[in-house]
Design a protein around this ligand. Structure first.
Ligand SMILES: Cc1ncc(C[n+]2csc(CCOP(=O)(O)OP(=O)(O)O)c2C)c(N)n1
Length: 634
């Protein structure tokens, strides 16, 4: 039974708690996180890792005057519990419940929304400059993981220098992990800072120097800065944070509440830009997560006693089908190389990495770099396959346009998690890529209706001489294993799944199954609609589309992407160009709003993309109710 937690409604309630009370509170918070996440699924290991850090920061600083900006936002469950959302925490990630990330509309303590990595230092600088211009006070704190620090955006923000960063604090939460172990030179640099023996010997002395700072007056502070600077350069030559203009403190044990409280209290009154290096353990306090932080980065529901998944997978996921197919294809073609931006397990590339370690590249959280790196490889005759979630591909638009497509390079972009992703919500839904990619000249965009078709599309993409996107959704396929031969996919050709005399539903990818069910329902009520598996967003199968339209068939498009600019727009543009406009066409897709979080089935229902809603939408449109669908939601 929680003793302290029921009394914490805001960070103010932490003030004055003893070390023992805070220690018990940390345990109670961890228990609550494990209890809830074992039911809802969510970002467990990262959130458990920062419980002590969050408690110490929120005890010392004065929120909301002081502002903490969490990077990514996936580690903020303790933050949510401590900032007035304790009672609603059990609704985490469910429709209408708390978001699993930071959402400025959810709480005034979610100072800056997040879901994508590496934004916190830029936002911190912006908020700090605005604070100063408005003559306000308060420290602006960015809390960023070592994984997110590998993102270019974070480095661009550091590179701006610390002149703008008055009264700011960057808390670097180093746990040697992104989702997989952190990669790259920065990560090695951090390890050197932690392990350098000469540093450890002098660390105590530095801490003692720091402890004196608040009480010794400005003159002495200056002197101690000089002393400390001298020490730092002595013991961490080239410590890059100092070179960027931030005073580097640490490393400090991120689970030692007493040290954390002391250091934050000391830092609180120092107006200089500071970077505090905190070392934590991902999954801290829950043995299965500590032992396997990668599996517990974002688990589904699990048995809290054993850590075992409650819903074991029956079939291969799309990601796994992609990864296993690529292993087969790479066995045949030595030019095939695989690239991930810190998402090896999520994108199904671990088998590839094990089989072809020297043909596998994890570039860190660096989607833009991944794509231009791929362009370089392709320019020199390789066949790079960059696997990136749709939502994170948004970071790479110019690289796709300028570096890949403008040079017509044969890069394969495997766009995972395309469509609604469910509980991760609006920061993660992969719904925008069709709209922002299809305007690029020369690009090919495919979307399979199932796992088998994915294998064929990937083989076709790897054989293509131009830039090719294969997008596929989150979730399970119909396949239990991947084995060649893979089905032939003819470029630019759609598949008629079922004929219909009255009209045809042109469905994209996972919407083909929905279209088939909707067509079945329509048939029961005497309406004869067929189904086309569009396969290609670009090039569209204009020939088939125009032939059906000329026969006078109604054309319905069905896709889990935006009405504004998505697949339905492509079909509409084609019909309009041929003078066969709106009278024929009904577009069913996502409305022009950010779709919230929740189970995919519920979200589809809300957006008018369930089979029932699709059938109803078509009947309504036939009765004269307009040429587009997609309910407002939010
Ligand atoms: C731009 C972007 N790319 C990829 C991701 C997926 N992602 C979520 S958390 C994470 C790892 C973050 O590592 P770190 O910052 O060290 O935090 P930790 O989970 O280790 O606490 C990644 C790659 C993302 N959120 N944003």
């Amino acid at each position: 039974m929680a003793e302290h937690l029921p009394r914490i409604d805001s960070p103010d309630d932490l003030k004055g708690l003893s070390l023992e009370e805070l220690t018990s509170l940390a345990r109670e918070i961890r228990e609550e996180i494990i209890r809830v996440v074992s039911r809802t699924g969510g970002h467990l290991a990262s959130s458990l890792g920062v419980v002590d850090l969050t408690l110490a920061m929120y005890s010392v600083f004065d929120l909301p005057r002081d502002k903490v900006i969490w990077d990514v936002g996936h580690q903020t469950y303790a933050h949510k519990i401590l900032t007035g959302r304790r009672d609603s925490f059990a609704t985490l990630r469910q429709c209408g419940g708390l978001s699993g990330f930071l959402k400025c509309f959810e709480s005034p303590y979610d100072f800056f929304g997040a879901g994508h990595a590496s934004t916190s230092i830029s936002a911190m600088l912006g908020l700090a400059v605005a604070r100063d211009r408005k003559g306000e006070s308060g420290k602006i704190i960015a809390c960023i993981g070592d994984g997110s620090l590998t993102g270019g955006l974070a480095l661009e923000a550091l590179n701006q220098g610390a002149e703008l960063a008055r009264n700011t604090l960057v808390v670097l939460n180093a746990n040697e992990m992104a989702i997989s172990p952190s990669v790259g030179e920065l990560s090695r640099h951090l390890n050197r800072l932690i392990t350098a023996p000469i540093y450890n010997r002098l660390k105590k002395e530095i801490e003692q120097t720091l402890e004196k700072i608040p009480s010794i007056g400005l003159r002495m502070v200056d002197a101690s800065h000089r002393l400390e600077d001298a020490l730092k350069h002595l013991i961490t030559p080239g410590g890059i944070f100092e070179d960027f203009g931030y005073r580097y403190f640490g490393p400090v044990d991120g689970h030692d509440l007493e040290s954390l409280l002391r250091i934050f209290s000391n830092i609180k009154s120092i107006p200089d830009p500071i970077l505090l290096h905190v070392v934590t353990k991902k999954g801290k306090g829950y043995t299965p997560a500590e032992e396997n932080p990668e599996a517990f980065h974002g688990p589904g529901p699990f048995d809290p006693r054993t850590g075992k998944a409650l819903v074991p997978a029956r079939f291969l996921s799309y990601s796994r089908v992609f990864g296993d197919t690529l292993v087969h294809l790479a066995g045949e073609d030595p030019r095939i190389l695989a690239i991930t931006a810190a998402m090896a397990s999520g994108t199904g590339l671990c088998p590839f990495a094990r089989r072809f370690p020297d043909r596998f590249f994890d570039v860190g959280i660096a989607e833009g770099h991944a794509l231009t790196f791929a362009a370089g490889l392709a320019k020199a005759g390789m066949k790079p396959v960059a696997a990136i979630y749709s939502t994170f591909l948004q970071r790479g638009f110019d690289q796709i346009l300028h570096d890949i497509c403008l040079q017509d390079l044969p890069v394969v972009m495997a766009v995972d998690r395309a469509g609604l992703v469910g509980e991760d919500g609006p920061t993660h839904h992969g719904v925008f890529d069709t709209a922002f990619l299809r305007l690029i000249p020369g690009i090919t965009i495919m979307h399979p209706k199932n796992g088998a078709e994915l294998t064929g599309m990937l083989a076709a993409a790897c054989a293509s001489s131009g830039p090719t996107v294969v997008r596929y959704p989150r979730g399970e396929t119909e396949l239990a294993e991947v084995s060649p031969p893979f089905p032939e996919i003819e470029f630019g050709k759609a598949e008629v799944v079922r004929e219909g005399g009255e009209g045809m539903i042109w469905a994209l990818g996972n919407m083909v199954a929905v279209a088939e069910e909707a067509a079945g329902r329509l048939r029961e009520s005497g309406r004869d609609f067929g189904v086309v598996n569009a396969r290609f967003v670009k090039p569209l199968d204009r020939e088939l589309l125009l032939a059906q339209a000329r026969e006078g068939k109604k054309i319905v498009t069905l896709s889990e992407d935006p009405l504004a600019g998505g697949f339905g727009s492509a079909v509409g543009e084609c019909l309009a160009e041929e003078g066969m406009g709106s009278a024929l066409l009904l577009r069913i897709a996502l409305p022009d709003v950010f779709i919230p979080h929740g189970a995919i089935a519920e979200l589809r229902e809300q957006c008018g993309l369930s089979p029932e809603a699709v059938a109803e939408g078509i009947v309504r449109a036939l009765a004269g109710g307009g040429g587009r669908s997609g309910k407002r939601t939010g």
